[in-house]
Design a binder for this molecule. Sequence first.
Ligand SMILES: [Fe+2]
Length: 196
Amino acid sequence: MARVHIPDENRHIVDVQEIVDFLKPFGIEFENWDVEGRIGSEATNEEILEAYAPEIERLKSTHGFVTADVINVNPDTPGLDEMLAKFDKEHLHTEDEVRFTVRGSGVFHINPEDKGPVFSITVESGDLISVPKGTHHWFNLCGDKTIRCIRLFEDMSGWTPHYMDEATHEGYAPVCMGPSYLEGDQGGEFESPVKL
Ligand SMILES: [Fe+2]
């Protein structure tokens, strides 16, 4: 389940509806889909796209997307560090960045510029996030360096990152908020950060 963290305010949001309400003014859409039993652990990319076809079709029609694919990243992925280095620096895209996490986890940081302080959204299985085009953001994997996501595109070229001259990402640790935070486990708020 997703969690929002606003470091400058030492504030955490864990309730789904509160997360939706917090993100809305920034134009960020968030949904948590029921994933229980939808796909098997060995599902292929094609089976994943088929299983989530109704949701994918809905997103295509609301955002103008024309295609969807599945990205499957783990520590054995060739060129993983080079791939991740493209997205762990503050950037924007010319189309919405929509990701549905099937497995694994990751953390998006958002810099809303003059609309508020930087905040992070840790996403896990079942979480859909839509970051509007033009929004300053960056992305890191969590400690297990594993994520499997459905991605939607208007145009593959629109997904090119455009970097900032004065980026803020170095001021924020790429931490994922782990489940122990939800359980109120003292001293166990965060999973180990991984600098990617
Ligand atoms: Fe991005």
